[in-house]
Design a protein around this ligand. Structure first.
Ligand SMILES: CC(C)(COP(=O)(O)OP(=O)(O)OC[C@H]1O[C@@H](n2cnc3c(N)ncnc32)[C@H](O)[C@@H]1OP(=O)(O)O)[C@@H](O)C(=O)NCCC(=O)NCCS
Length: 222
């Protein structure tokens, strides 16, 4: 999965309060001068509040997604109404009802086959969570008595620093606690709100609990 590469001139470090530090290269300083202009232009097509964070502030990666989004979303119509860049290979139902951290916007722009079905209820995704290809996160089933309609939606909550393996399905109403790992191909039909665990299979069952700190959430300073 792509980590922001900056401008390709070395590591980007932010000082206290996000201020640039002396380790920023000249190229990175020059690049950051253009970011407000990129954001102004990108804001014509997308919600500029979404065009922030590690993929935009010191990196060209997010801006490439913006360019791709202008072509595929705004001109060709894939995910047209979504207010942030989303790959044409992934699908988001609507812009509202999806909570995620700006630094995790890569989940919509990398890999393929992901479906965030959020038109009926919110999907809330905690900071630092990774979602692999072909994952479905579903908030509403079809009404079995009338397949042209949906049953009322149920919110899906995925905690911080979870990892959802390839081809997993998260079904309506599921809540996963922080640092939950969902095995590839699993169908999660019920909640595991405690977190710090590995769940696998169809229906997903608990196979392992992780001691606090055993799962590296990537959020805790070392
Ligand atoms: C969930 C996962 C991380 C577990 O790894 P692990 O902790 O090493 O688990 P183990 O291999 O020890 O397996 C524990 C048990 O769960 C079962 N199991 C593991 N993964 C499973 C899966 N995806 N589906 C069903 N059962 C699974 C094993 O067969 C084993 O069962 P057993 O105790 O009856 O023999 C791993 O199996 C997995 O699915 N990884 C996802 C990979 C992926 O999607 N990557 C995408 C790129 S980001």
């Amino acid at each position: 999965m792509t980590q922001p590469s900056g401008t390709g001139t070395g590591p980007v470090t932010a000082g206290e309060g996000g201020r640039p530090t002396a380790s920023r290269t000249l190229n990175q300083r020059l690049f950051s001068l253009f970011v407000p202009a990129f954001r102004a232009v990108g804001g014509i097509f997308f919600d500029r509040k979404r065009l922030v964070g590690i993929y935009f502030d010191d990196s060209t990666v997010g801006w490439k997604w913006v360019l791709r989004g202008i072509l595929f979303q705004k001109i060709l119509g894939f995910n047209r109404n979504i207010s942030w860049p989303v790959s044409p290979l992934n699908t988001v139902s609507i812009s509202r009802n999806l909570e995620f951290d700006p630094d995790d916007i890569n989940m919509f722009n990398e890999m393929s086959g992901k479906y965030f079905q959020n038109f009926a209820a919110p999907i809330r995704i905690g900071k630092g969570t990774w979602i692999a290809s072909n994952v479905g996160i579903i908030t509403a089933n079809h009404d079995p008595t009338d397949l042209n309609r949906h049953l009322p939606g149920q919110e899906v909550v995925i905690g911080e620093a979870c990892w959802i393996g390839m081809n997993a399905m998260i079904l309506p109403g599921v809540h996963l606690g922080p640092r939950t790992i969902v095995g590839a191909g699993s169908v999660v039909t019920r909640s595991f709100p405690e977190g710090d665990c590995v769940v696998v299979g169809n229906p997903a069952r608990l196979v392992r609990t992780l001691a606090p700190g055993q799962a590296d959430d990537g959020l805790t300073p070392k």
